[in-house]
Write a protein that binds this ligand. Structure first.
Ligand code: THU
Length: 160
């Protein structure tokens, strides 16, 4: 028996240590929570995606009375970006979330399904997606989506 050790590097920042561009993206992600439709969870998630051409696309979670029919903010944003700008890789993805009271203290962890979609977007464009997870206390920076989903399933697994 051997152990397979997987390492993920996460950089943590106080929000005032971010670059100006990143601070603007955090503001855009926080702003995007305002368009969230979350009458069931009352948890509003906003995402800002900076594309390679400099365009910033934002999106939010959209819930449904038939719960599984809703969709997270990350997938709303990535699918919209890929639909509107199919030739543009996503450079940076910033995620923010709030309850009815306030933005959450710790960095928002994206769900597994969204990590899977981030991974496919990264692979599709052969371009790493840098991810910023916003929390009031601190912000996490992850260099590429694949770091958030080790031993992941992708199309290559279906090739012989
Ligand atoms: N949600 C997101 O939009 N992104 C995440 O990273 C975590 C969860 C949404 C889904 C649902 O509308 C609400 O937050 C509660 O799970």
């Amino acid at each position: 028996m051997k152990n397979l050790k997987i390492t993920t590097v996460i950089k943590t920042y106080p929000s005032d240590e971010l670059s100006k561009t990143d601070q603007e993206l955090v503001t855009a992600a926080k702003e995007a929570t305002k368009s969230s439709y979350a009458p069931y969870s009352r948890f509003s998630v906003g995402v800002a995606a900076l594309l390679k051409n400099g365009v910033v696309v934002t999106g939010s979670n959209q819930e449904n009375a038939a719960y599984p029919s809703g969709i997270c903010a990350e997938r709303t944003t990535l699918f919209y970006a890929n639909s509107q700008y199919p030739d543009q890789p996503v450079d940076t993805l910033v995620i923010a979330a709030r309850t009815e009271k306030d933005f959450i203290e710790s960095p928002i962890p994206p769900c597994g399904a969204c990590r899977q979609v981030m991974l496919e977007t990264e692979a599709r464009y052969k371009h790493p997606i840098r991810i910023l997870l916003y929390g009031k206390k601190e912000i996490y920076e992850i260099d590429r989506a694949s770091d958030l989903l080790p031993i992941s399933f992708d199309g290559a697994a279906m090739e012989v």
